[in-house]
Design a protein around this ligand. Structure first.
Ligand SMILES: Cc1cc2nc3c(=O)[nH]c(=O)nc-3n(C[C@H](O)[C@H](O)[C@H](O)COP(=O)(O)O)c2cc1C
Length: 353
């Protein structure tokens, strides 16, 4: 692989939108840490963890659950109670004091949940298509068949994203990333495997993309399109299986997004060397670049060297690092000093260092 000195491009500033310039082209990928307090509020340790990484051009928070029925894992933070708002306010203040920028990733898991997280209620989803498997980190819990949302409940969820965006703005977040990736609620509307609806929210590419677009529009009305990113997984690699018809849904969605002036679209994939049969053999980033001309954030197994090469080659504009930033809170300083990175080890997820 052709590798240049990592830093030449990555450490350059980038104008994300008219009123937002990033100090460098690196994002912190959203990473759920399951370390919120029992009230699902971020803690002082969470605030220190993000502030330690403030030299990154833009931090994307771990998934922030928009309302109680959107939770799918233990101790994932929310944004609907006063203690949760106060916890996030501390995070944002600490990041800003350290000179950083942070977007909140707004999240609803849809069917990727279990009644034990939902006060005994069934998880909700576009259609009642069961999810196989067990809840990670809580393997005694087996996934099951969700309840299909009524049409008025779909509208209520769009309002739920708007309300969460308002609270995120009050907290002082610099912007929002909508979690439309990784097989969670928004992604469940975008894929044929999980969207079997024949009403206004399914049955054609336009109707399948409508939920994502309406969420984008209500959140953009709150924070402004230039402060809004959207994460997408056009190829299915987790929590649902792909279908050859899915590509058409994403082509329609990306065409619609083109005119909306978003800050960015973000690739959601763990390994961006993966090629998807349902995308004609493309990688997720290739497919998004082919159908979307705005700022694209690459992600999924990149190193500073491979990201540098990809950005220089025009494959995407910015890169998000996840695991490398768990292992290297001082990643920017290491790149500036041409020092090697510390290798990631999943044991590092045990603490919020
Ligand atoms: C511990 C962990 C938690 C994650 N949580 C989220 C999340 O909350 N939201 C999300 O969109 N992606 C999540 N991801 C995926 C990452 O954002 C990223 O796509 C993935 O780690 C690949 O990037 P990397 O190779 O740079 O680590 C998570 C990944 C890890 C390792």
């Amino acid at each position: 692989m052709d590798t240049g000195p990592a830093g030449e491009v990555l450490l350059q500033p980038y104008q994300l939108s008219p009123d937002l310039t990033l100090a460098n082209r690196i994002l912190m990928a959203p990473m759920t840490r399951s370390m919120a307090g029992p009230d699902l509020a971020p803690t002082a340790a969470t605030a220190s963890y993000y502030a330690r990484r403030a030299a990154i051009g833009l931090i994307i928070s771990e998934g922030v659950v928009i309302r109680p029925d959107g939770q799918g894992y233990r101790r994932t933070p929310g944004l609907w109670t006063e203690p949760q708002v106060a916890g996030w306010r501390l995070v944002v203040e600490r990041v800003h004091e350290a000179g950083g920028r942070i977007f909140a990733q707004l999240w609803h898991v849809g069917r990727v949940s279990h009644p034990s997280f939902l006060g005994g209620a069934m998880p909700v989803a576009p259609s009642a298509v069961p999810l196989e498997g067990r809840v990670p980190r809580t393997p005694s819990l087996v996934y099951g068949r969700p309840r299909a949302l009524e049409a008025d409940e779909v509208e209520g969820l769009i309002d739920g994203f708007a309300s969460a965006a308002q609270r995120a703005q009050q907290v002082g977040f610099d912007g929002i990333e909508i979690h439309g990736a990784n097989g969670y609620l928004i992604d469940q509307f975008l894929h044929h495997r999980t969207n079997r609806r024949r009403d206004a929210w399914g049955g054609t590419p336009e109707k399948m993309a409508r939920f994502a677009l309406e969420v984008v529009d209500v959140v953009a009305a709150v924070v402004g399109a230039g402060r809004l990113g959207l994460r997408l997984s056009p190829g299915s690699y987790t929590h649902l299986e792909g279908d050859p018809r899915d590509a058409q849904v994403f082509r329609h969605l990306l065409g619609e997004l083109e005119g909306r002036g978003l800050a960015y679209v973000h690739v959601g994939v763990f390994d961006d060397t993966q090629r998807f049969p349902e995308l004609g053999g493309s990688r997720a980033s290739e497919f998004l670049r082919a159908h979307y001309r705005g700022t694209l954030v690459g992600n999924g197994g990149y190193t500073p060297e491979t990201a540098e090469t990809a950005i220089a080659g025009g494959r995407f504009d910015l890169v998000a690092f996840g695991r490398a930033l768990v292992a290297n809170p001082d990643l920017v300083a290491r790149l500036q000093a041409h020092e090697p990175l510390r290798p990631y080890d999943s044991e590092m997820l045990r603490s919020l260092w």
